[in-house]
Design a protein around this ligand. Structure first.
Ligand code: UFG
Length: 322
């Protein structure tokens, strides 16, 4: 049985589905502070806070073999405003989960980490061996969590994989689950809100970055490709007695303007685009070099930006009809 924290959230629910399709039993642990119970369509569900000692009851009830830990706050902008909230939930509460795991002899752990651990990278595409210099509290909270996991692995009888996500986007092609944040801060759903008429316009945060069109460049990766990487990472932990860290991105960078243009193309709708100030904590360019996970785990991303936007649009239209 695999325990999935945050499995009622966006990436966690897609991974729960992928694990189910690969034949695994799962139990989702989520306190629903961000997630949705109706996103848990596969496996078991337990409403617990992974930062509470009570979570041990889940380890009592189920025979847990490994933990995939999505539960975290993940907004760069919010982390700049409320750093303590991020260090407490993303770091301190993860230590609680680790302690309970160790008490129950659970030795496999997958962390949702982030490209935000790199800060402003020395070179792009970014390889895993670059210096980690996070420029926002969110990235910093994941950076120190990775360090804690490394120390735990050094002690023995414990292995982890840290997956450093670049920009997760897109939705389940069957439309069973999707991206739903409250408040929404991510670029693609906000653009689609403008396309569907829920917002009057989309604002570009910063047009004076050192990039070809002056807007930030990101590496957008389909959530199903991320989910597949978790299945492969779990299989790796079952087979190999070692820990590892992998980037997860497509290796293609798109500027904010290019993403807006793609959304206009896919939706066939036009909407107002406003120029705004930079958002604090945003690095100019984040593009992954994912060679390591391709070579080590045989992971190959399947979807490009157009397919990402198409799947997100399908979900968006569905959500706004119901
Ligand atoms: N942006 C806008 N206007 C908006 C919203 C976003 O211009 O209304 C810009 C941002 O400034 C940024 C880009 O679009 O340049 C992407 O922003 P998102 O908020 O969608 O995503 P982030 O790059 O800030 O962060 C995401 C995840 C983080 C993760 C990071 C890693 O939310 O958890 O990717 O690359 F750390």
């Amino acid at each position: 049985m695999i325990l999935i924290t945050g499995g009622a959230g966006y990436i966690g629910s897609h991974t729960n589905k992928a694990l189910h399709n690969a034949g695994y039993d799962t139990v989702v642990v989520d306190n629903l502070c961000k997630g949705y119970e109706n996103f848990v369509k596969w496996g078991n569900f337990e409403n617990y806070d992974f930062g509470s000692k009570d979570v041990s009851e889940v380890f009592e009830k189920y025979d847990i073999d490994g933990v995939i830990h999505f539960g975290a706050f993940s907004s760069v902008a919010e982390s700049v405003e409320f750093p303590q909230k991020y260090f407490k939930n993303n770091y301190k509460n993860t230590l609680n989960l680790l302690q309970v795991m160790r008490e129950y002899g659970v030795d496999k752990f997958i962390l949702s980490s982030t490209a935000a651990v790199y800060g402003n990278p020395e070179h792009v595409p970014i390889t895993e061996d670059q210096d980690l210099k996070p420029i926002n509290p969110y990235g910093h909270s994941k950076f120190i969590t990775e360090k804690a996991l490394q120390r735990e692995a050094d002690k023995g009888d414990f292995n982890y994989v840290s997956l450093r996500y670049f920009n997760a986007a897109g939705c389940d092609f069957d439309g069973e689950i999707g991206e739903l944040h409250d408040p929404e801060t991510h670029l693609i759903p906000l653009i689609l809100d403008a396309a569907i008429g829920k917002r009057e316009s989309i604002s570009i945060f910063g047009t004076d970055y050192d990039t070809p069109d002056g807007t930030c460049i990101r590496d957008y990766i389909h959530v199903n490709d991320l989910a597949d990487a978790h299945v492969k990472a779990y299989e790796y932990l079952c087979k190999e007695n070692e820990s590892n860290i992998f980037n997860l991105g497509n290796g293609e960078g798109y500027s904010v303007r290019e993403v807006i243009d793609m959304c206009k193309k896919v939706t066939g709708r036009d909407f107002e685009v406003k120029m705004d100030d930079r958002r604090e904590g945003d690095p100019a360019i984040l593009i992954a070099d994912s060679t390591k996970i391709r070579e080590k785990l045989g992971w190959v991303p399947q979807y490009d930006l157009e397919q990402i936007v198409e799947s997100a649009w399908k979900w968006h239209e569905r959500m706004n009809v119901i």
